[in-house]
Design a protein around this ligand. Structure first.
Ligand code: FES
Length: 165
């Protein structure tokens, strides 16, 4: 049987190891390691879980447990170049957040949590983004988009997408 090509790069492993002194044990590095891999690949495939476990001296199931506990991590497919979190908590919901989510999903041709066929955009519902004064809002990559209407959200997302290419 041919061994699979490693997914974790030397750089990823170095990033994980660089964090080790800040944590009480190797197990506590699980979440930061998942973030490092997810940031690099926009997903954490099953093989990467096995490799993270090997780096940390854990069973793959322990790493997989952590991964699946959080809805944040994509495993089967990478999320889009732009990942848009549409807030659905109370302030945003009262100001049209649900409609915003529905509208953007409809325009992109995806269901919530879906990614466009070209891999450019993923739209996900999110809980409070901590910007309730600006409801409804979206966190798209590192940009907080505020006081949105369906139309202004489309335009703002296009700008974020232009920066991401
Ligand atoms: S409820 Fe949407 S940012 Fe707080």
């Amino acid at each position: 049987m041919i061994a699979p090509v490693p997914i974790l790069t030397a750089e990823m492993i170095a990033q994980i190891e660089a964090l080790a002194p800040r944590y009480p044990n190797r197990r506590a590095l699980t979440l930061p390691a998942l973030h490092i891999v997810h940031d690099a690949l926009r997903q954490v495939p099953q093989q990467a879980v096995v490799e993270i476990a090997a780096v940390l001296g854990l069973a793959p199931a322990e790493v997989q447990d952590t991964l699946t506990f959080y809805q944040f991590f994509h495993q089967e497919k990478p999320h889009g170049k732009v990942r848009a979190f549409v807030c659905r908590s109370i302030s945003c919901a009262l100001r049209g957040g649900d409609h915003l989510l529905e509208h953007l999903c409809h325009k992109a041709g995806v269901k919530p949590y879906g990614t466009t066929a070209d891999g450019e955009l993923t739209i996900e519902p999110a809980e409070c983004l901590g910007a309730c004064d600006f409801a409804p809002c979206i966190l798209a990559n590192d940009d907080l988009l505020k006081n949105l209407t369906p139309e202004s959200a489309e335009a703002a997302l296009k700008q974020v997408q232009a920066k991401a290419t």
